[in-house]
Design a protein around this ligand. Structure first.
Ligand SMILES: Cc1cc2nc3c(=O)[nH]c(=O)nc-3n(C[C@H](O)[C@H](O)[C@H](O)COP(=O)(O)OP(=O)(O)OC[C@H]3O[C@@H](n4cnc5c(N)ncnc54)[C@H](O)[C@@H]3O)c2cc1C
Length: 390
């Protein structure tokens, strides 16, 4: 086992850092937590596109660079370290392009991948429904064949990017009579088709991140069915592994970690810097230990991807571990900030630019989105420990 990055990889990391440092110097954006889901900035995405940093792992014949998943992880690690606004291209680059490459027809690859590569598709993920979250196979949204189209009726909820999306990835029931896992299909289509209504949900931080999306008699051309009809549930298991596997599960609120360390160095209580308090030093050191373990988990997941396997149990393990780290980071930052931690980001008295406030309020969601920790442990129990499936 060799833990070192190759010289090329180190050069690539430096290139990404230099780019992000320059962006910061020019004041093009402010670092923030959850910027990979909340940082909607088409101009930033376009600059990433110009660098050729979308589609790093895709085959060259589809405009990608055929690089390793480790290279891509290096890239996402730096984007998250700097809290850069990466929401526009995140879903497409992370998982939808992979699904199209894997399950799509040649025609779909040629039509859809270039749009993702140009950073022009802002993709909502339409899976969960009011009565289908962990038990996704219970979903009720229906897609009924009608000539050259499917007619879609139903409702999705918690659709991240829903307010900005111009394309949606959707799971719908195409055979109501089949056992529930066997009658579901995957679709990917533009959201300018009549009959789609998006209703934003204001979250606990006061921001809008996820949405309700309603489908009323939405006519979707058959060419947007991805993969095999009625096999969508089995296809999505792999896609979910990619959704769960990324560095964003560990570093979604990383700017808070650095801000917290800085805050402890700069802030005095009772005439003494917080950084000299043994209890605080110990908590920060413990966070660092957990962060580095999470990071190793993430690189392990990408090694599975580089072997060509969907990292189903590896990503379940790393997400359950890493989101627990993120929650502890947010809690410890709030604890150290004390009562000031309750001040919202725009308050001039908010410590750490209000990052602790934002992360703390968001942090419950970290272990829910993309599969709850309980479900991930179920996956680990059955897929790795070979315990009976539940
Ligand atoms: C910030 C955020 C963003 C999200 N973005 C999206 C998105 O873009 N697209 C999308 O489709 N969805 C999205 N979701 C929804 C997310 O996938 C669901 O919240 C998640 O799958 C859980 O489903 P649920 O909320 O219906 O909870 P439920 O499934 O009702 O679960 C409730 C509780 O019961 C536990 N539980 C359920 N079943 C079991 C079991 N078999 N064994 C043990 N425990 C169990 C769960 O762990 C949980 O604690 C998002 C959620 C959040 C919080």
């Amino acid at each position: 086992m060799d833990f070192r990055f190759s010289e090329e990889q180190q050069k690539f990391r430096q290139e990404v850092r230099d780019f992000l440092e320059e962006e910061l110097r020019q004041g093009l954006w402010q670092p923030s937590c959850d910027a990979w889901i909340m940082g909607f900035d088409p101009a930033f995405t376009k600059r990433i596109v110009q660098r050729g940093w979308i589609g790093l792992t895709w085959p060259k014949e589809y405009g990608g660079q055929g690089r390793s998943f480790v290279d891509r992880l290096i890239f996402t690690e730096e984007i998250l370290r700097y809290g850069a606004p990466a929401a526009c291209h995140w879903n497409g680059d992370r998982q939808i392009a992979g699904a199209i490459i894997h399950y799509g027809s040649e025609e779909q690859r040629k039509e859809l991948l270039p749009m993702i590569l140009r950073g022009e598709t802002y993709i909502g993920l339409g899976m969960s429904e009011p009565e289908a979250g962990s038990d996704l196979a219970s979903l009720k949204t229906r897609a009924v064949e009608d000539g050259d189209d499917y007619i879609i009726d139903g409702q999705k909820v918690w659709t991240s990017m829903g307010s900005h999306m111009n394309w949606i990835y959707l799971l719908a029931r195409t055979d109501p009579d089949a056992p529930k896992h066997r009658g579901i299909s995957e679709f990917f289509f533009p959201t300018n088709i009549p009959g789609i209504t998006v209703r934003p949900i204001v979250d606990i931080t006061g921001d809008v991140h996820f949405n309700e999306v309603f489908f009323d008699n939405v006519r979707v051309p058959k060419k947007y069915l991805i993969g095999e009809k009625n096999r969508g549930f089995y296809q999505i298991v792999n896609q979910l592994a990619y959704e769960r596997s990324g560095m964003e599960r560990l570093m979604g609120n990383y700017p808070l970690f650095e801000a917290l360390i800085q805050y402890c160095k700069e802030t005095k209580r009772n005439g003494k810097p917080l950084s000299e308090e043994p209890v605080i030093r110990s908590k920060l050191a413990q966070l660092k230990i957990e962060f580095e373990i999470g990071r190793l988990h993430m690189y392990r997941v990408t090694l599975a991807m580089d072997e060509g396997r969907a990292p189903v149990w590896e990503s379940a393990m790393s997400k359950a571990y890493s989101t627990a780290f993120e929650q502890r980071l947010a809690s410890i930052a709030m604890e150290i900030a004390g009562l000031y931690g309750q001040l919202a980001p725009k308050s001039k008295w908010a410590p750490m630019l209000g990052l602790a406030y934002h992360s703390y309020l968001s942090s419950k969601g970290y272990s829910l989105q993309a599969g709850t920790s309980e479900i991930l442990k179920n996956i680990l129990a059955s897929r790795k420990l070979e315990l009976p499936a539940q």
